[in-house]
Ligand binder design. Structure first.
Ligand SMILES: *[C@@H]1O[C@H](CO)[C@@H](O)[C@H](O)[C@H]1NC(C)=O
Ligand SMILES: *[C@@H]1O[C@H](CO)[C@@H](O)[C@H](O)[C@H]1NC(C)=O
Ligand SMILES: *[C@@H]1O[C@H](CO)[C@@H](O)[C@H](O)[C@H]1NC(C)=O
Length: 352
C-alpha cells in the first residue's frame, strides 16, 4: 500500500494509543473546516437532484432540479446500480471550480429509517485498527458498481480539467456513501484536495473510525436539520466506548431558534467533537419531515419504495451495461434533450 497513507495511519494509531483512557478519546485536528452558507446552498441542490429518476434530464442537466445555483454543471458520468437501487453522478461545477460527486439516499426511505435503529458495527474498516463501521453502508459504496464508476469518472474529470478540488456530497444514506467515497479517494487514490458536505447523514462507524476519518478528511461538514431523526441514528451511547456509533465532525445544525418554522433557520456551527451536545443532540430526533427538506430545498419526493428509472433510448446509447443490468451513462454534448421514452424498474434491495 501507499507509504504515505500508512505513515499517516501509523501516526494516528500512536495518537489513539496515547489517549487510551477510560472513555474512548476522540482525536481531531484543530483546523476544522470553515462553513460557507453559499456552498451549502449549492451542494444541497446537487444532493437533491441525484434523487431524480429521469436519467435523461440528469445527464443533460435539464431536470426539474437542475438549474438555479447548479446551472452550467458539466455531467461526466451518471452511475445507476440497478441491482442495489443506487444512483450517483460525477461532474464539474465551474463556479465552484471543483469536481462534484453526489450520491442518492435509499429509495425505500421509510423502511430504511426503521432499520437504522438496529444497525450493527459489523465490519472492521480495512487498514485502520479498531475502526468499525456498518457493513451495509460500507458495501453500498465499496461492493457495488458505484465505486468503479466514480473512480473512472474522477480520472476522466481530472484528465479534462486538471487537478481541481473534489467535493463529495449526499443526503441520508447518500451522505454515508459520500463519506466512504471521500475516504477512499484520500487513502487509496492519494488525492489530497477532497471536501465533503453531507445532509441528514446517519452515523456510520465507531469512535476509532470517526477519529481516523476526521484526520484523513478534515474538510468535512455534516449538516443536520432541526429534529431530523436520521442524524440521531444508529444511536450514540457515550458509555459503550468502542461499541457505540459516533459521528465525525464538523456538524452544522440548522434550527428554528425555538420556532417550528424553518424559513430562516439559524445555522449553528458545532464543536469539533462530532457529538456536540448543544447541536442536534440537544433536541429529540423525532421528525421525518425535517429529513426531507434542507435549506428549504425539497430533497425527497415522488414514489417511495420504487427504483423506477426513466430514460430516453437515445441517451441510453451512451451507456455501458454489465450482465446484472447496472449501467453508466456518459455525457455526450450531442445528445439532445428529449422526451422520456422508456421506463424500467427494479425492486429496492434489502442489501443496505
Ligand atoms: C463562500 O464560497 C463562495 C463560492 O466559492 C465564495 O464566493 C465566497 O467568498 C465564500 N464566502 C466566504 C465567507 O468565505
Ligand atoms: C434566538 O432567539 C433569541 C430570543 O428569542 C435571540 O435573543 C437570539 O439572538 C436568537 N439567536 C439567533 C442566532 O438568531
Ligand atoms: C451548551 O449549552 C449550555 C447551556 O445550555 C452551556 O452551559 C454549555 O457551556 C454549552 N456547551 C458548549 C460546549 O457550548
Amino acid at each position: 500500500m501507499e507509504q504515505k497513507s500508512w505513515l499517516r495511519v501509523a501516526i494516528l494509531i500512536s495518537l489513539l494509543a496515547i489517549s487510551c483512557g477510560r472513555e474512548p478519546k476522540f482525536a481531531h485536528k484543530d483546523n476544522l473546516p470553515v462553513y460557507n452558507h453559499t456552498i451549502a446552498m449549492t451542494l444541497v441542490e446537487y444532493a437533491s437532484a441525484v434523487y431524480l429518476k429521469d436519467l435523461t434530464g440528469l445527464v443533460t442537466w435539464t431536470c426539474s432540479r437542475c438549474g438555479d445555483l447548479t446551472e452550467g454543471f458539466e455531467m461526466i458520468e451518471l452511475i445507476v446500480d440497478v441491482e442495489h437501487c443506487l444512483q450517483g453522478f460525477v461532474g464539474v461545477a465551474k463556479d465552484l471550480n471543483a469536481i462534484v460527486i453526489a450520491f442518492r439516499g435509499s429509495a425505500s426511505i421509510m423502511n430504511w429509517i426503521e432499520d437504522l435503529y438496529w444497525k450493527q458495527l459489523d465490519l472492521k474498516y480495512p487498514g485502520m485498527p479498531d475502526a468499525m463501521v456498518h457493513h451495509g453502508f460500507y458495501s453500498s459504496y465499496h461492493e457495488t458498481t458505484v465505486r468503479p464508476g466514480v473512480l473512472h469518472a474522477v480520472k476522466r474529470a481530472k484528465e479534462l480539467y486538471g487537478d481541481i478540488n473534489i467535493i463529495v456530497t449526499g443526503h441520508s444514506m447518500g451522505g454515508a456513501m459520500a463519506a466512504f467515497c471521500a475516504l477512499d479517494l484520500v487513502v487509496n487514490q492519494k488525492i489530497q484536495n477532497v471536501q465533503v458536505m453531507t445532509f441528514g447523514q446517519p452515523r456510520i462507524g465507531n469512535t476509532a473510525f470517526a477519529s481516523y476519518y476526521s484526520q484523513l478528511v478534515p474538510n468535512t461538514i455534516r449538516v443536520t436539520n432541526y429534529h431530523d431523526m436520521v442524524p440521531h441514528l444508529p444511536p450514540y451511547y457515550p458509555h459503550l466506548k468502542e461499541k457505540t456509533y459516533r459521528h465525525f465532525p464538523r456538524e452544522v445544525w440548522l434550527h428554528g431558534n425555538g420556532s417550528r418554522t424553518l424559513s430562516h433557520p439559524v445555522e449553528k456551527v458545532c464543536d469539533g467533537s462530532g457529538e456536540d451536545p448543544n447541536c442536534s443532540r440537544s433536541v429529540v430526533g423525532n421528525s421525518i419531515l425535517d429529513h426531507f427538506t434542507y435549506y428549504g430545498v425539497k430533497i425527497i419526493s415522488g414514489t417511495p419504495g420504487s427504483c423506477k428509472i426513466v430514460m430516453d433510448p437515445r441517451v441510453a446509447e451512451y451507456s455501458t451495461q454489465d450482465i446484472a443490468g447496472n449501467f453508466v451513462l456518459y455525457r455526450d454534448p450531442s445528445a439532445s434533450v428529449a422526451e422520456m421514452k422508456t421506463a424500467s424498474s427494479c425492486t429496492p434491495s434489502n442489501f443496505i
